[in-house]
Design a protein around this ligand. Structure first.
Ligand code: FMN
Length: 225
């Protein structure tokens, strides 16, 4: 049943990254409603530069198996777009706190490299989600167009929240783009920015106890009057 009686504010407050899912797929009517509304996202000149590769059921399982195999066998990562920079200052602090929140929830000690590796490997099983959506745009598009795609992705995830569906954006799933490209027969000029795993949250999974914080506005807003 579609339940989108939530206010936007409530959806923003409730959305968080979900890293453990029930196997139940989302019905087609709900998927159609969510992806139709997400199309209302704004973009430069309304070009709607995003292309979404959506895998469900067996397709999702095949991609999971291939990606997990690639990760566990140390296959070379070759993302289409450059990855994360070396963060410094406040951003480095937030990055460390984010990892501590996740590993803390999972009961993983800071120096337990094997447990951390296993936790990272969960990314490549899409945290058992029944669906994954790879968000793509043309490889030669600049950050000016990537912002359109980011807006689309957040709209999509908030819509999912409003329908009681959990999600996790995953840059990690863009590190083996050839697997996705081959599976979806994606043109070579298209690049994979990130995947979004989604489905109904399994609240018994430890990782889902993770709670992140946000910087105070004094670190973010530079307001002159
Ligand atoms: C573009 C993007 C990529 C991300 N990649 C990953 C990822 O690969 N693995 C992961 O577990 N979380 C990933 N995250 C989730 C962030 O860690 C998470 O959004 C952040 O810690 C804030 O927590 P919250 O989403 O629960 O509010 C990603 C988030 C974004 C927006």
């Amino acid at each position: 049943m579609i339940n989108n009686a939530m206010t936007l504010e409530e959806a923003i407050q409730q959305r968080r990254s979900v890293r453990g899912y029930k196997p139940d797929p989302i019905d087609q009517e709900t998927l159609d409603s969510i992806f139709t509304s997400a199309q209302l996202s704004p973009s430069n000149c309304n070009v709607q530069p995003w292309q979404v590769l959506l895998a469900t059921g067996e397709a999702c399982q095949i991609l999971k198996d291939k990606m997990h195999h690639a990760f566990m066998h140390g296959q070379n990562m070759n993302p289409d777009f450059s990855g994360l920079p070396k963060f410094e200052g406040n951003m480095r602090t937030r990055q460390v706190e984010c990892a501590q929140a996740l590993y803390g929830a999972m009961g993983i000690a800071r120096d337990d490299k094997i447990a951390r590796m296993k936790a990272t490997a969960r990314n490549y099983q899409f945290f058992d989600a029944p669906h994954v959506a790879f968000i793509t745009m043309k490889k030669d598009f600049s950050p000016a167009i990537a912002v359109d795609v980011g807006m689309y992705a957040q709209t999509l995830m908030l819509l999912m929240t409003s329908h009681g569906i959990g999600s996790c954006a995953q840059a990690s799933t863009a590190y083996y783009p050839d697997i996705v490209r081959e599976f979806f027969e994606l043109d070579n000029d298209m690049g994979i920015l990130f995947g979004i795993s989604f489905g109904y949250e399994d609240k018994t999974v430890d990782a889902n106890q993770t709670r992140t914080t946000r910087a105070p506005l004094s670190q973010i807003i530079h307001h002159k009057k």
